[in-house]
Design a protein. Structure first.
Lengths: 284, 689
């Protein structure tokens, strides 16, 4: 038996100690269709064009929807890169019709891809439905389409949009921005719109949104070091930090305050009051 | 501290080796302290033989090959916890009938270094349900060496002291085959104990194998109240072997498999469905390697699996599983040098540990998915250190110097866990490094019938995994969730200790005391404004460095050899601990005492023992403590050895603990759970030599 063998082994163990971390970078996927990774939600064949609507979700969902558009000229079988688009989704209800908060549609870095968002307040049903109105112009000529789309509640049934009447009697739409929650301090943002009339939903600026994440399944405990959402003019969103201490079902209780600091909607969570009337939900 | 003549382990004394001593000394100088000493050329080469035994540490004999020693044990098949509790230096914190947590100087696991054959092992339970001592059993232990304060630095960086559990090995002795069967029964909790071992040894090889099995139902407290969830079941297998390669070289290996199932923890809201420890090592020994005496090089590993859940509890606010894992790999290289008046010990050791624990909570609402978190975020600890000790004779008396310097690195390996901790510490780095230092000096002298020894030392420890990285660890005693702090400073300890003893023909009296001043003492402090995680918890505490804490302990022991057959022992101890604001530290022993009468004649033994404590006057309600009432309990036992045939023996022992079925609870009983009431036990051992 040789002592050297023992040292070799010791050295071997020592090498093991300097445990290595693995860094595998995802390979970059190059694809023909720039939207190949997204889901095609609609394909409308109108005016000699095919209008394609893509999303990273697999349905039009209540809440925030980022939508990508492509226009194919059926004749040349090529995608149009110099179009201008605007949209106006309208929900036809039994007693009335209304629109929803939506953005303008802009061209992306990808030549033939256009992007915008729309925030559906509620899902459609058998008798009440959403209609997507699109106006687009190609080479000075304007086209229109009005097609029925199916807006569904999110598959997990979690609330990501609130429609409420504030203390000021105004109607608001508050939507959570999509995120992948994790056990950490998450970036968290939301958009707030005022319902000026049935068709107009301007962004509300300068308010604040207070968050109080809770786990109703576990004694309604909270988490530390959250940051309330404040308005960021650069992208018209309310941004803050949401810390989640474990996986599971979280209810993000909300309070909306106006520029004067008055609470327009939402209540504190206390021993007696389990939740605010204004909240988002997530489960992961 | 080492053993000298008259103590247990083998020690080889060698002649003049001054050259090596110089090497050691240069190393010592390189380290923290400098010291000059002159050793003469004319010393008797066997001077070490004349060195008086400085018995500072305490050795608790667990298993002996000598029939006489066997009979001296009050309860031969008791748990290792029982053995340790009998020690004057050790208290055991109880959360149930199984797996008690050792305390030395009223300090628990994070301030102690507990090893098995020198090997570092770390518990896998975030709730301290599985102290290291729970992964061995009396069947595979020879003795436990208990050291106080920096005397424990030999084993690793420590504040309060250390316990080294030495495995029972046959060694290279020509003793042939030996077999024994053991059985025991305890009436109070219907504990059944069965064990067997088989050993073979000759001058060039040995092999040992043993097995022990225990199963117990709930125990009954004094007065007849059943303590629910105090059952347990465990078995332990172990094997050792060795081969002598030549005159100087040998290799040895040892392996332990320990498994406990269905262990109840009445003081806690959770139980353990499985606790498993696998411990293995290989060792190379050389009596004359590069001129060093007793060179040893050991490699070891151990892996602990701990499955904690509340599935047996009838109503809980929420069901949860809390498994934990701890794996350790390590090495020890050590050598002994006897030269002139010096006895030098050199050690280079290191370990790498991985601690991971998780918590899954199942909501009562079946539509919600389970909640998950990492309570120990896969913390990797790398520690390597050098230990040096020199014990040598002065003109009058004897001096012992020791020092350890260690590097310790932590790394949070799990991204999920790192992000979790960053909720509290946004700038937390995944890795950190620390240096841990220890230095001690102790002087010993004999003055007529008196022996005096006194020492000073300094030591440091890094935060434990829970203290540094724990994430919402619920403490059921003070009803708080605990959060670790990775930025904690190392805890330090300045210690003064002293011992004065007087020995005459028949009487031996000694007074032993120590004083700890501990800067950066780590303790959980209430943090306002944090939401509790555990349902029903009163608040959240964060581990914090106090400015300092102070502790002192004093023990008066006496032994009276009434006659050659009768020995009378008495011990009384006083302990006190408080922080820089004068607040009492938790879990500090009140005035405690014990006394025993031991009778032995030929093959018959009998003993009577009493132990008790005064009211716990100094307690801290912030940690869930209250004024634990005074108590005194009594026990008796009797034993007889029968010689069967030539070489075979049968030992029997019966005894009663808590003779008067007193209901009592002590300062070490978690959440004030009562201790066992009257317990009648019997053991039978059959040895075939
Ligand atoms: Cu929770
Ligand atoms: Cu546990």
């Amino acid at each position: 038996m040789n002592i050297i063998k023992f040292y070799t082994l010791t050295l071997f163990i020592a090498v093991l100690f300097t445990a290595c971390s693995d860094n595998t970078d995802d390979p970059i996927v190059i694809d023909e269709n720039p939207l190949a990774e997204f889901n095609l939600l609609s394909s409308f064949n109108v005016n000699g064009h095919t209008l394609e609507v893509y999303s990273d979700q697999n349905q039009y969902t209540t809440g925030y929807n980022e939508l990508f558009f492509r226009i194919k000229d059926n004749e040349t079988d090529s995608y149009v890169s110099n179009a201008t688009l605007s949209m106006n989704p309208v929900m036809h209800m039994e007693m009335m019709s209304h629109s929803c908060p939506k953005s303008t549609i802009l061209k992306t870095n990808e030549d033939s891809v256009y992007k915008g968002f729309s925030i559906f307040q509620m899902p459609g049903n058998a008798t009440e439905y959403w209609e997507l109105n699109l106006e687009y112009g190609i080479d000075g000529q304007t086209y229109n389409l009005a097609e029925r789309i199916e807006v569904k509640a999110p598959a997990d049934g979690k609330k990501r949009v609130n429609v409420f009447t504030g203390l000021d009697e105004a109607r608001y739409v508050l939507a959570m921005m999509p995120m992948t929650p994790d056990v950490k301090v998450n970036d968290f943002s939301a958009m707030l719109f005022k319902m000026e009339n049935m068709m107009t939903f301007p962004v509300v600026e300068g308010y604040s949104i207070e968050i109080d994440p809770r786990m109703p399944g576990m004694g309604n405990h909270s988490s530390p070091n959250n940051e309330h959402l404040v308005f960021d003019t650069s992208n018209a969103m309310y941004k803050g930090k949401l810390s989640l201490t474990m996986t599971g079902y979280w209810k993000i209780n909300l309070k909306v305050k106006n520029t004067a600091g008055e609470v327009l909607k939402g209540e504190d969570v206390t021993e007696e009051n389990e939740a605010s009337s204004l909240f988002f939900e997530m489960e992961f | 501290m080492k053993f000298h003549k008259g103590c247990l382990p083998e020690q080889v004394t060698k002649g003049h080796q001054n050259k090596k001593v110089s090497v050691i000394w240069s190393a010592l100088v390189l380290m923290v302290f400098t010291f000059t000493n002159v050793y003469g050329q004319t010393e008797n080469p066997f001077a070490t033989d004349s060195i008086l035994t400085v018995q500072l540490d305490e050795v608790i004999l667990i298993k002996s090959r000598m029939p006489e020693d066997y009979q001296k044990q009050a309860k031969p098949l008791a748990s290792i916890d029982d053995y340790l509790e009998k020690s004057h230096k050790v208290n055991m914190m109880k959360r149930g009938a199984y797996a008690w947590e050792p305390m030395i100087n009223s300090m628990t696991s994070e301030r102690l270094t507990v090893t098995i054959d020198g090997m570092r092992i770390f518990s896998a339970c975030t709730d301290k349900m599985d102290p290291i001592t729970s992964y061995v059993d009396v069947s595979n232990l020879h003795y436990a060496k208990v050291t106080s304060g920096q005397e424990g630095a030999e084993l690793g960086s420590t504040i309060g002291g250390g316990i080294d559990l030495q495995l029972d090995k046959s060694g290279f002795e020509n003793r042939g085959w030996r077999t024994s069967f053991e059985s025991g029964f305890e009436a109070n909790n219907m504990q059944r104990i069965l064990g067997s071992e088989i050993n073979y040894s000759n001058e060039s090889s040995y092999i040992d194998a043993d097995v022990i099995y225990r199963k117990a139902e709930n125990y009954t407290a004094g007065g007849g109240e059943e303590v629910a969830f105090s059952q347990f079941e465990k078995y332990n297998l172990s094997a050792n072997g060795g081969i002598q390669l030549d005159e100087e070289e040998s290799i040895e290996a040892s392996f332990i498999y320990d498994e406990a199932r269905n262990v109840g923890y009445p003081a806690l809201p959770m139980d353990v469905s499985l606790a498993r420890g696998i411990i293995g090592s290989a060792e190379y020994k050389n009596q004359g390697f590069m001129g060093l005496d007793d060179f040893k090089s050991k490699l070891y590993f151990n892996t602990i699996t701990h499955m904690m859940d509340d599935s047996q509890r009838p109503d809980v606010p929420i069901r949860m599983d809390m498994p934990g894992w701890s794996d350790t790999y390590g090495f020890i290289n050590q050598a002994q040098l006897e030269a002139g008046k010096h006895s030098v010990q050199l050690k280079w050791d290191g370990f790498y540990n991985r601690s991971l624990a998780e918590m899954t909570m199942y909501p009562n609402d079946p539509n919600q998915i389970p909640m998950f978190m990492l309570t120990w975020p896969d913390v990797r600890t790398l520690n390597t250190g050098i230990y040096l000790e020199d014990e040598f004779e002065l003109k009058e008396g004897q001096l012992n110097l020791g020092a350890r310097i260690a590097y310790q690195g932590f790394r949070v390996a799990d991204e999920f866990g790192l992000n979790s901790l960053r909720i509290f510490y946004p700038d937390l780095e995944a890795s950190q490094t620390r240096f841990l230092k220890s230095i001690s000096a102790r002087y010993y002298r004999k003055l007529g019938d008196f022996e005096v020894s006194s020492g000073v030392s300094f030591g440091e420890r890094a935060p434990s995994v829970s203290e540094g990285f724990g994430f919402y660890l619920f403490n059921s005693f003070d009803n708080h969730d605990y959060i670790g702090d990775p930025n904690l400073k190392n805890e330090q300890s300045y210690e003064i200790n002293g011992k004065l003893s007087w020995e005459s023909n028949k009487v031996n009296v000694s007074l032993n005391g120590n004083y700890f001043h501990m800067p950066n003492f780590i303790i959980g402090e209430i943090t306002q404004g944090l939401s509790t995680m555990t349902i029903g918890a009163a608040g959240v505490k964060t581990y914090t460095n106090l400015e300092y804490a102070t502790q002192y302990n004093a023990t008066l022991e006496s032994k009276w050899n009434v006659s050659s057959n009768l020995i009378c022992n008495a011990v009384v101890g006083y302990h006190r601990g408080f922080d820089n604001d004068g607040r009492n530290l938790p879990f500090i022993s009140p005035l405690a005492y014990s006394a025993s009468l031991e009778y032995a004649k030929k093959s018959f033994t009998a003993a009577f023992r009493l132990s008790g404590a005064a009211d716990q006057v100094n307690f801290n309600p912030e940690f869930g403590e209250d004024r634990t009432a005074a108590y005194t309990v009594f026990s008796v036992n009797m034993g007889k050895t029968f010689k069967l045939g030539n070489q075979n023996f049968m030992y029997t022992k019966i005894g009663v603990e808590n003779l008067f079925d007193t209901w009592y609870s002590t300062f070490t009983d978690w959440a004030n759970i009562p201790r066992m009431g009257r317990n009648i036990y019997a053991t039978l051992t059959y040895n075939i030599n």
